[in-house]
Design a protein around this ligand. Structure first.
Ligand SMILES: [Zn+2]
Length: 456
């Protein structure tokens, strides 16, 4: 096939596993290299070989560091990828934290299976290990936003701020006379920590996320919703448990708790950040002061609102303590991490409040809680859920339907064609319909693994 083609392996029909291939007859560029997360058959997809071998991918461009956009990279390297990985400086720093944690979880899970099933003849293997992460990180090349770079001969690419998490960017790729724009994950407007997503003025082809394509921002401001659930939860004499994505959400919630505490709007109970990864991610706000809105002078004051626990023994002490408190812990969808032992300790207590503060993928414990599950499987046991569950999805780091449309209105010349990715089917289809209705744009909801010709 002459010209350029676009193929999405993951992040099409689902929100995880984003991997988009841009190919000319001679070269292959991968945009994002994410891991599938969530239900078992989706996670198992990480073990299926890619339709293209690692050594046939010539370069990778990353929009941001979240695991569902970077988590397959160490595996790609293990499978023979030897090109460069391009991203913004902050994305590299965040990706190092996320990928090292991911390797640790992969190694621990394989170890757990081996001990439990004692499969001496066919031991479970990790998808990758820390050595693969080190080899992947050695391939990184960083480029600040607005600085064009050349990921492959004859190809020029540029990052712009996407506002989603620290370092997150959209990317435009100029190749064969065509401009292809990828939103990556778009953030929200007027976020207190992240800058607004920057518009792109022109592209021939737009590849857009659609996580919340069918949802609108709740009219209640996030800070007021948090004030209510914390005040009510503490008044019941219980623990307010917040499963929070270590990177981004934890810092945003901390910001709001700090504001509420300063204004005397919430009771003075202890606040714990019980996630080593969240602590490390928070420190990056100091390392990259130009990549977010928080005044450096106020960063220390904000962080001082909470107590930080790295030691697992201290973490266990928090769940043994029954007095009212607020606990932020990862992972954000309760798929793993320290939040699990806090849920095991507190979910059955009717005084507990569980606050969901971001997108919850199908098949995760977070999604079960959002859907009203009365029992949660934790460490092989069914634990009754008597806690109050509050779904504050206005804390999501994703643009909602109106914000996606607002961002698209920044094009001064409309794209010839759009591809809608990174959404569950209904969200993707509803964004596609809005693009047609509001702008008259032609768009396709990408089918995984289908090769689309995009001209050039
Ligand atoms: Zn993301």
């Amino acid at each position: 096939m002459a010209g350029l083609t676009l193929t999405s392996f993951g992040g099409a029909g689902t929100v995880t596993g984003s991997k988009h291939l841009l190919q000319s007859p001679a070269q292959t560029l991968m945009v994002d290299c994410g891991l599938f997360q969530g239900i078992k058959n989706l996670r198992e997809a990480n073990w299926r070989p890619l339709p293209i071998p690692g050594d046939r991918v010539d370069a990778v461009v990353l929009t941001h560091a979240h695991l569902d956009h970077t988590g397959y990279l160490p595996r790609l390297v293990r499978d023979g990828f030897s090109g460069a990985v391009h991203c913004t400086p902050a994305t590299r720093a965040v990706a190092e934290i996320i990928l090292r944690d991911s390797a640790h979880l992969q190694e621990r899970d394989a170890d757990f299976v081996n001990r439990k099933k004692a499969t001496r003849h066919s031991p479970a293997l990790p998808l990758y290990d820390d050595g693969d992460v080190t080899r992947a990180l050695a391939r990184f090349e960083v480029h600040p936003p607005h600085t064009p770079f050349s990921p492959l001969p004859g190809v020029e690419a540029t990052f712009r701020s996407a506002g989603h998490i620290l370092g997150a960017a959209t990317v435009t790729v100029d190749w064969h006379g065509r401009t292809v724009a990828f939103t990556g994950d778009l953030g929200r407007y007027d976020d207190p920590l992240m800058f607004d997503p920057e518009p792109i003025e022109r592209a021939d082809v737009l590849v857009t996320e659609s996580t919340y394509g069918d949802r609108l921002r709740n009219a209640t401001p996030a800070i007021e919703a948090l004030e209510r659930v914390v005040t009510e939860g503490i008044a019941r004499g219980g623990t307010v448990l917040i499963p929070a994505f270590a990177v981004g959400r934890t810092q945003l919630i901390l910001y709001h708790l700090w504001q509420l505490r300063r204004a005397g709007r919430i009771p003075r109970v202890p606040i714990f950040v019980d996630s080593p990864m969240a602590i490390n991610a928070g420190e990056l706000l100091r390392d990259f002061p130009d990549d977010h809105r928080l005044d450096p002078a106020l960063t220390d004051e904000m962080f001082a609102v909470a107590k930080y626990t790295r030691d697992p023994a201290e973490s266990k002490e928090i769940s043994a303590d029954r007095s009212p408190k607020i606990v932020l812990s990862a992972s954000g969808m309760a798929t793993g991490g320290r939040i699990l032992h806090h849920l095991a300790a507190f979910a059955s207590d009717p005084r507990t409040t569980i606050v969901l503060a971001g997108y919850q993928s199908v098949g995760t414990r977070g999604r079960s809680l959002a859907d009203g599950a009365r029992f949660l499987k934790l460490y092989g046991e069914w634990v009754p859920v008597n806690a109050h569950v509050e779904d504050l999805h206005m804390f999501s780091a994703h643009a909602d339907g109106d914000e996606l449309i607002r961002w698209m209105s920044g094009f001064t010349r409309p794209p010839e064609h759009g591809f809608v990715v990174h959404g569950e089917p209904q969200a993707a289809e509803s964004l596609r319909l809005r693009m047609r209705r509001e702008f008259g744009w032609d768009a396709t909801v990408s089918v995984p693994n289908r090769v689309y010709s995009i001209g050039g």
